[in-house]
Design a protein around this ligand. Sequence first.
Ligand SMILES: Cc1cc2nc3c(=O)[nH]c(=O)nc-3n(C[C@H](O)[C@H](O)[C@H](O)COP(=O)(O)O)c2cc1C
Length: 345
Amino acid sequence: MEPADFEARAAELLGAGAHGYFAGGAGDELTLRDNVEAWRRIALAPRVLVDVSERDTSVTVLGRRRPHPFVVAPMAYQRSAHEDAEIGTARAAAATGSTFVLSSQTSTDPRAVAAAGGAADRWMQLYVFRDRGLTDDLVQAAREGSFEALVITVDFPFGGWRDRDRRSGYVVDHAPYVQLSGTPLTPAERHAMHDPTLTWDDIAGFGEASGLPIVLKGVLGPADAERAVQVGAAGIVVSNHGGRQLDTVLSGAAALPAVVDAVAGRIDVLVDGGVRRGWDAAKALALGADAVMVGRPVLWGLACEGSDGARRVLEQLVTEFDSTLGLLGCPRAEDLDASYVVAPA
Ligand SMILES: Cc1cc2nc3c(=O)[nH]c(=O)nc-3n(C[C@H](O)[C@H](O)[C@H](O)COP(=O)(O)O)c2cc1C
């Protein structure tokens, strides 16, 4: 089975409720679809007669050299996809040199995920919960598990309006690590855990308390990107949360150029949403991103074949990216720039 087939197979394997939770987006899912389409609309503009016999897919993110630009996006409740859960995706990331981001809503204790990932690159995604004790516990686990950065998700004051979950009435079939009561929560109860009073004033405190670099995930505009620089973030993720929060917001691909302009190289810029092929990542780097996060494709691999499936999805993305550099006539990923793409008029 090819990675492209994983999505269809995962839909068969997972029940309608779980599949709808993983696949779905907010409202009419216009942003969900646009995330994928926006990369497809950008054309690649190759150069010819360049020596591409050797290619270098590596990038530098948060001051560290990484073998390629793929980062596994934080995704909640992975045990509902497969029993390998976060340990499976962390191992797949480690095996492929991908940076792994563990969700705050992990099904697995972060320390166990860290042990499974060994020396591989891992970041902890942080939701700021009303119960700050839960958030502090995650920060503590991040430090104990040698997580390299905190990815604070800033586009989730509360959950988006998700029609599929409302229709299915899906209740996640297990309690995640942070939910100490141990009883699975309804979507409304889950969303109520988040602290909607969180503001820019709170951000620097997380960096100080943890001693870890902060990446803000869910920035879509240049003014917020500037504020992220001002509060001392080390990076941002241009993201609309995989189309799961507010429908009809702009895609990461569309938002990226203005954010890159505003940031002007002062901090790292990642982008996510709809990255499905290696050449999508090349387009993102050409538009100024330092790296890309990939979400659902990894989950579909996990759902179908556990850790091996997630690894196969990541391997294919890396291979496609490498071949894109060659066929584009740009053998070094870090030399990609806007001259290699033509954005839609
Ligand atoms: C099932 C699912 C769960 C997610 N859970 C989280 C989460 O816990 N924290 C977070 O910051 N983002 C979460 N996201 C958003 C992803 O990190 C990422 O922004 C998005 O999935 C990227 O889009 P893609 O799936 O099209 O690649 C989730 C996405 C999905 C699909």
